[in-house]
Design a protein around this ligand. Structure first.
Ligand SMILES: [Zn+2]
Length: 223
């Protein structure tokens, strides 16, 4: 369980994971937990019947994949909201905060769990277009019927901390709520390591602020 939560595995080698059929994704080699995949295919079909085209563009990402995404932003190989962080004179903490607007530290990403995926585009602007708005509206109205919820809603009193709003990121809550519960129980800051900037995890309280910084309908009930 700890390896799953930290992304320390290869989804293609896990019996609990299956490959997403290519007609519902942008490329091969997307994997999800089998139960999540079944729910995804049902939602995909229902959307098709309403003339809404959904495509998985990111799914399970293990630690290594997340580390590459994270460190490429850290090193300026990919831009972070238009900024080359390596070219700016930033402290480690400032860099981490900039990347954390939309990207999770390795070991803290819900994409490790096999329950979450990104649909159609990871650009905020896409969901401002009429096509993007229509797709989001459909997901917002219908996702719940298939077990899917949006963890990163607009920040509000209900979700005061964490990543910016992500209209593309959906989570299969019948499994992910329990995984979040277990995460909070068993993962410690000493487990969050092995990548550039990991030293800032404790100071930024990333478990409470980011891992737990999800919409109420994606959180376990804390007693
Ligand atoms: Zn995502």
């Amino acid at each position: 369980m700890i390896d799953l939560l930290l992304g320390k595995f290869n989804p293609s080698e896990q019996s609990a994971f299956n490959e997403v059929p290519l007609y519902t994704a942008d490329e091969p080699n997307h994997y999800l937990q089998s139960e999540v995949l079944d729910a995804w295919l049902e939602m995909y079909e229902a959307a098709q019947q309403n003339n809404i085209e959904l495509r998985i563009i990111s799914s399970t990402r293990n630690f290594e994949k997340q580390k590459t995404i994270w460190e490429n932003k850290w090193n300026g190989i990919t831009l972070t909201q238009g900024r080359n962080l390596a070219a700016e004179n930033l402290s480690d903490l400032e860099k981490v905060k900039a990347i954390l607007n939309f990207s999770a530290m390795p070991c803290t990403s819900r994409h490790h769990w096999g329950t979450d995926f990104d649909l159609n585009s990871v650009e905020v602007a896409y969901f401002e277009t009429s096509k993007g708005k229509e797709e989001y509206h459909w997901l917002h109205e219908n996702g719940g019927k298939f077990g899917f919820a949006q963890p990163y809603t607009l920040k509000s009193q209900e979700r005061p901390t964490g990543y910016e709003e992500e209209k593309w990121h959906w989570s299969y809550t019948p499994l992910s709520i329990n995984l979040l519960d277990v995460y909070l129980e068993i993962i410690n800051y000493k487990d969050i390591q092995g990548f550039l900037g990991a030293n800032c995890a404790t100071e930024l309280n990333v478990i409470q602020q980011y891992v737990f910084g999800v919409a109420e309908n994606c959180r376990p009930t804390i007693v």
